[in-house]
Write a protein that binds this ligand. Structure first.
Ligand code: ZN
Length: 325
C-alpha cells in the first residue's frame, strides 16, 4: 500500500504522543496562510491513519480494505499525486478487504465507535512563541510538555474563551472530542465535550506496556502517561474500551471522598487500586508528579498497587483520616 508519510512533501517529526507532524499542505488551498509551524499531523493505527491539520482544521483518513475517501483523495491531489494513481491505490485497498475479513475474524465482540468531532479553530501552543507564554507556563506548571501533546488556544475569541487551553481527544488517531481548561480562577474550570464511553489518552498507551494507570483527570493522565475517565466513576462503556487494551489496570483515585468510592468500582471491575503514601497536600496524581517528579510517582504507584480488598480498605481509612472524612 502507498506510504502517506513519503507522499507528503517536506520534513516529518514524530512526537511523543504519536503524531507525525509536518507542514500542512491543505491550508493554502483553503484560503488560509501556508503552514510553516508543522501543524499537520498524522496518526497511525496499524495500516490505517488519519490526518488532522491544526492550522486550518482539515481532516481526512485512510482505512485499509476501503476505498480512498474524497477528502483523502483531495489531500493526495494537493501532494501532487496523479488522479489515476489514486484510483489504483483505492482499488488496491479494496482488494485487501477479503483478506482482512479472513485474518481478523474471531476478534472482539464489542464494537467501539466514536463520532468525528470538530475542534474549535485555534492555534497550536508553541513553546517558541512569546505570545503563548501564559499557556505554555500553565501546561509546564502541570509537569506536561507542550511538545508531547497538541494543545490548542483561541486567544482571539472573546472573554474567557481567549484564556483557555484546549486538549483534543483522540481515538485511534481520530478527533472525537475536546476539553477546555480555563486559566482564570472562575468555575467551571473545565468545559468538556466528551462522548459517552470515551477514555482520555487511550491512544497514548503503548502496546509493549503491561500496565495502564487510570486516573480521574486530564492532567493526571498526561503527567504520568496514563488514561483518565474524567469523572469519579468508571462507566460500563469505559470499562469495555479499557478491556481492549489487554493490560493490568491500576486505578489511582483522587484523595477525596468520591475518589475513595472509586476504589470499590475498581475492585468490582477486577482492576488494581493504588493509594500511595503521599504527603497531605498531594490531592491527586498530577500533584504528586509536580511534587516528587514523574518517575518517583510512577514507582510509588506501582509499589502500592494491590487488588486485596483488606489492604485497600485499610488505606482508605488512613487516607480518610488524613483528609478528614
Ligand atoms: Zn491546513
Amino acid at each position: 500500500m502507498f506510504d502517506i508519510l513519503s507522499v507528503i512533501p517536506g520534513k516529518k517529526k514524530l512526537t511523543h504522543s504519536g503524531w507525525h507532524s509536518f507542514n500542512a499542505i491543505c491550508c493554502s488551498h483553503r484560503g488560509h496562510k501556508a503552514d510553516r509551524r508543522m501543524r499537520g499531523g498524522i496518526k497511525f493505527d496499524g495500516n490505517n491513519w488519519s490526518m488532522h491539520c491544526f492550522n486550518c482544521g482539515y481532516t481526512c483518513n485512510f482505512t485499509l480494505g476501503r476505498s480512498i475517501p474524497q477528502k483523502t483523495r483531495q489531500l493526495l491531489l494537493w501532494c501532487g499525486i496523479d488522479d489515476l494513481e489514486i484510483k489504483r491505490w483505492s482499488l488496491e485497498s479494496l482488494q485487501q478487504k477479503d483478506l482482512l475479513d479472513f485474518t481478523q475474524q474471531p476478534k472482539k465482540k464489542v464494537k467501539i465507535k466514536f463520532k468525528d468531532h470538530e475542534l474549535p479553530e485555534g492555534e497550536l501552543v508553541d513553546r517558541n512563541n512569546e505570545l503563548h507564554k501564559v499557556y505554555v507556563d500553565y501546561v509546564q506548571k502541570r509537569c506536561v510538555s507542550t511538545d508531547e501533546y497538541p494543545f490548542l488556544i483561541t486567544p482571539n475569541e472573546p472573554g474567557r474563551m481567549s484564556n483557555r487551553v484546549i486538549v483534543p481527544y483522540t481515538y485511534k488517531g481520530k478527533i472525537v472530542g475536546h476539553t477546555s481548561r480555563f486559566l482564570d480562577d472562575r468555575t467551571p474550570k473545565y468545559l468538556n465535550e466528551q462522548q459517552p464511553g470515551y477514555v482520555f489518552n487511550i491512544d497514548m498507551q503503548k502496546p509493549e506496556w503491561t500496565v495502564c494507570i487510570l486516573t480521574e483527570g486530564i492532567f493526571d493522565a498526561l503527567s504520568i502517561d496514563g488514561v483518565a475517565v474524567m469523572h469519579d466513576d468508571i462507566s460500563t462503556e469505559q470499562a469495555q474500551l479499557l478491556s481492549t487494551l489487554n493490560k493490568t489496570i491500576i486505578v489511582v483515585p483522587d484523595r477525596d471522598k468520591t475518589g475513595l468510592q472509586l476504589c470499590d468500582r475498581a475492585l468490582e471491575l477486577g482492576y488494581q487500586v493504588s493509594l500511595p503514601d503521599w504527603d497531605d497536600d498531594v490531592k491527586d496524581t498530577n500533584d504528586a508528579v509536580v511534587k516528587y517528579g514523574k518517575l518517583p510517582t510512577l514507582l510509588s504507584i506501582l509499589h502500592s498497587a494491590t487488588n486485596s480488598k483488606i489492604k485497600i480498605e485499610l488505606r482508605k481509612k488512613q487516607i480518610g483520616k488524613q483528609i478528614g472524612i
